[in-house]
Design a protein around this ligand. Sequence first.
Ligand SMILES: Cc1cc2nc3c(=O)[nH]c(=O)nc-3n(C[C@H](O)[C@H](O)[C@H](O)COP(=O)(O)OP(=O)(O)OC[C@H]3O[C@@H](n4cnc5c(N)ncnc54)[C@H](O)[C@@H]3O)c2cc1C
Length: 484
Amino acid sequence: MANPLCHPPLAELLGDRYTESPFERSFYQRDLAVVPHSLARLIGQTLPDAVARPRTAEEVAAIMRYAGERKLAVTPRAAGSTTFWNAVPLHGGLLLDLNGLAGLAALDTDHLTADVWAGTRWADLERALRRRGFAVLAYPTSAPAATVAGWFCMEGHGIGSLKYGGMAGHVAGLEAVLADGHIAQIAAATPDAPTVAELAGSEGTLAVITRIRLRLRPAPAAVGHHLLRFRDMATLQAAALDLSTARPTPYYLHFADDACGRLLTQAGFPPPADGALLAITYDGAAAEVAAGAATVERAAAQTAGEELPAAAAARAWDERFLALHLKRAGPSVLGTEAWLSVSQLAAYTANVARLARRQNLPIATYGMVVAPGMATVMSLFGCDDARPLAYLLALSLTGRLYEIAFRHGGRPYGIGVWNTPYLGRAFAAEELTAQRRRKQAFDPANLLNPGKRYAPPALLWPPTFRLGMAALAGIRRIGRRWLR
Ligand SMILES: Cc1cc2nc3c(=O)[nH]c(=O)nc-3n(C[C@H](O)[C@H](O)[C@H](O)COP(=O)(O)OP(=O)(O)OC[C@H]3O[C@@H](n4cnc5c(N)ncnc54)[C@H](O)[C@@H]3O)c2cc1C
């Protein structure tokens, strides 16, 4: 006989969109970062007790009211394309799979806005809008999988952000279910609810977003791609700084160091060219795209950059979603993502290269310029999650990489669980206090995504975490010959 259900009212509400099947629940125990089970177990209860797949705001509200009555943890999750366990439960409870709230609800062509369900994938939205002559202002390089609300709940910088700003500024209003089960229509600021700005980057800890009103643009009439190769990261940095502040503003400005190209080649996916590469895309009116081409030519001449053929530039754009080809060099990858000043890029990559040499481990660095003078920077290296000890030693290198980013004025981009040891260094004390007060005010019972964002779990307590990471990195360095 089957076990009795833990939460029959939810099964009644959602039918087969509610499950307690151990097999189905097991898929929600991880995100893109593969963590050995033995280590995961030490951090928290990552297996949810049940999975609920609502399709309307009313269903989300009923689930939140039910969770409130029973003090159940609720973890909102969309595509799960984050890597810091942002959408992985730490206290079991209910996993709220929001992929069923998907689609374009309304398009206002006069005011250039679209009402979009929270779980809509960016690539689907962009396709639907382009068919109607419009385009989103920006989207992440995870667009084929990532959802509109998932990116909004993270830091929301990606392709298009340099020209149009981060996603928080593209939201004209939204609908959200608060922790008490109340459905709120939130313009910029609404009484008794978090503001749009406060919800941006809140990582599912303040409310469940069900719909977003997004600002749009007319689909650009023209587009121009360019690819520059540099002899080193110092000249690449100079060109990136120049292009990011010159007019017109590029829609896309992506960089990769030569280690990235080597690792991609090793993985079986050689990039369009070797060396340190800067990919630039302009879009808009034909005159703007032509002016962009002239700007690239001038910047290349001033920084000794070599402009590569148009076909290579077009390929770099076509492959903008495929950075994780690197994983094939794995079997898995570990890494860091930092918010860093473009002026520190060359110094940062030089230090990363030094670490890679000392640890006898190739580390690829790439990223995007997403705001004037600022970039999101990924540093990735291969690892094997099937070998827990080697994995743990490799994990320590993420600590070393963040130390390098901090040294150059950077900070982790996104917190989740794995970056909670850095909270005190990522945010000013007043900002952190304000964030914790907000959490207490809008979710006093700590139902929404508990264990994330505001404080580290016991095992990641900063002083011991730092010492532990440094010790493990030292051990890895001594034993590096046997680890690869
Ligand atoms: C190949 C690749 C490329 C990437 N490129 C970028 C990039 O260009 N820029 C960037 O910023 N990030 C990037 N990321 C990171 C990640 O993809 C993005 O942050 C992404 O937008 C997350 O969307 P998601 O739907 O997967 O959200 P999930 O991972 O499912 O969730 C993210 C967070 O939001 C919360 N959440 C999700 N939906 C809701 C909701 N409806 N209401 C309340 N909370 C919710 C979750 O609890 C979690 O804390 C990339 C990742 C990969 C793997």
